[in-house]
Design a protein around this ligand. Structure first.
Ligand SMILES: NC(=O)c1ccc[n+]([C@@H]2O[C@H](COP(=O)([O-])OP(=O)(O)OC[C@H]3O[C@@H](n4cnc5c(N)ncnc54)[C@H](O)[C@@H]3O)[C@@H](O)[C@H]2O)c1
Length: 212
């Protein structure tokens, strides 16, 4: 099996996407897939897919394609799909409530285990079966959870990030527009929906896709 440490970051970033797509193929009962099919479905060019898959130790055969079960086994191991990763959510407003109801259970094992809000009218409630605690009690309930989703107002992003880091969190998925500062050993991924939308519109305008 390929050595995970050697996989370039750009390839590693596509792993969850590959995993989700191949899992769907598996559910449909497909046991093989070509790089062309993958490329069309995932909008990643087939040369990139072939190079990525060679890092995974998967060599496609001409006229056969890739073995779906082999790839799924590899992705499960590297993405720790066999292990549960508990997640904490801070800010049970519009966005946070939607995430609690969705809760990422469809294809993988990351799950929000506990949520916090500052609004007393939300505290004590269960949303999507997840208990909402007061943020004042964060340290008491966060336990050894290392991953956090931040869906608080922008002004609260940095103070909350500081507290999460203090409580032992090592990864933050930040949905607020704030650029938060954290120590070097903490990873932050920003998801800015406005930027994503602008970028989509820009690409539609300047790089129009053609029907094959
Ligand atoms: N709603 C969207 O579509 C959307 C899209 C992209 C980004 N965002 C960003 O995500 C964040 C949340 O957006 P929203 O629409 O859900 O806002 P919201 O106002 O509906 O929810 C924010 C929640 O955070 C709680 N809160 C405030 N201070 C807190 C604290 N210190 N600790 C814990 N909870 C606290 C509030 O009580 C509220 O329930 C914002 O920063 C927003 O800019 C929202």
């Amino acid at each position: 099996m390929a050595n995970y440490n050697k996989i370039p970051q750009a390839t590693a970033k596509r792993l969850p996407l590959y995993y989700r797509f191949l899992n769907n193929l598996h559910i449909q009962g497909k046991d093989r897939v070509s790089s062309k099919e993958l490329s069309n479905a995932m909008k990643v060019d087939s040369a990139t897919i072939r190079r990525d898959f060679s890092y995974f130790g998967a060599l496609g055969k001409k006229g056969y394609g890739y073995n779906v079960d082999y790839l799924l086994g590899f992705f499960r191991k590297t993405l720790d799909q066999d292990e549960n990763t508990p997640v904490v959510l801070i800010g049970v407003g519009n966005l946070g409530t939607a995430f609690l109801n969705y809760n990422f259970t469809k294809n993988n094992n990351t799950k929000i285990e506990v949520a916090f809000d500052a609004d007393p009218s939300k505290v004590g409630k269960k949303i999507g079966n997840i208990h909402v605690y007061h943020v004042d009690d964060l340290e008491e309930h966060v336990g050894d959870i290392q991953v956090a989703i931040l869906t608080v107002p922008v002004s609260e992003a940095q103070p909350m990030a500081d507290r999460l880091v203090q409580a032992g969190v090592k990864g933050i998925l930040n949905f607020t527009p704030a650029r938060i500062t954290v120590p070097n050993d903490v990873r932050v991924h920003h998801i800015d929906l406005a930027v994503e939308l602008q970028s989509l519109v820009y690409f539609m305008k300047h790089y129009p896709l053609e029907d094959e």
